[in-house]
Ligand binder design. Structure first.
Ligand code: S3P
Length: 169
């Protein structure tokens, strides 16, 4: 029997559409939408960029982990993770242990680069080399998601429809 899940995590590289798609998906389902980065920013009273600049990535990963634990208590919900959240082994295991559904928004690197160009508030998008390396490092993790939805060439509404057709809800 298929389990009907009341929580879904959207994961994928920065620029893959997690927040945009998440918000639309939540509206379709009539569930709350939670953006992990926004939750962190609200909790810290500052931007992710500032957190990286002032406290460094290690500190960010600590508060990200704490925020993840907190938001996971709020079923039903659609939760958009940050690009690196799922790529931390501890987080991946924790998310799996919640029994929530996980969906990777799979977008090719050229499209991601186009979407992230000019976006100032992404501390890990500094130069194209780092961007590519990070993407390649993360792919093996993203592939561990339960579901994969290709987003290249699709609008956010179409991606939402694809997710709704997965055997989750
Ligand atoms: C990060 C991605 C960002 C944000 C932080 C770190 C990453 O989220 O969590 O800048 O490690 O890839 P988005 O994927 O929403 O940009």
């Amino acid at each position: 029997m298929t389990r009907r899940r009341k929580m879904v995590f959207l994961l994928g590289f920065m620029g893959s559409g997690k927040s945009t798609v998440g918000e639309l998906l939540a509206r379709e389902l009539g569930w709350p939408f939670i953006d992990l980065d926004t939750t962190i920013e609200a909790g810290q009273g500052t931007s992710i960029r500032e957190i990286f600049e002032r406290r460094g990535e290690l500190f960010f990963r600590e508060i990200e982990r704490a925020a993840l634990t907190e938001v996971s208590k709020s079923a039903p919900a659609v939760i958009a993770l940050g690009g690196g959240t799922w790529a931390q082994r501890e987080n991946l295991e924790f998310i799996r242990s919640t029994g929530a559904a996980t969906v990777w928004l799979d977008c090719g690197i050229d499209e991601l680069r186009r979407r992230c160009a000019g976006i100032e508030n992404r501390p890990l998008f500094r130069d194209p080399e780092v961007f590519t390396q990070l993407y390649l490092q993360r792919l093996p993790y993203y592939r561990l998601a339960e579901h994969r939805v290709v987003t290249d060439g699709y609008g956010a509404d179409e991606v939402v429809q694809k997710i709704l057709r997965l055997n989750i809800f």
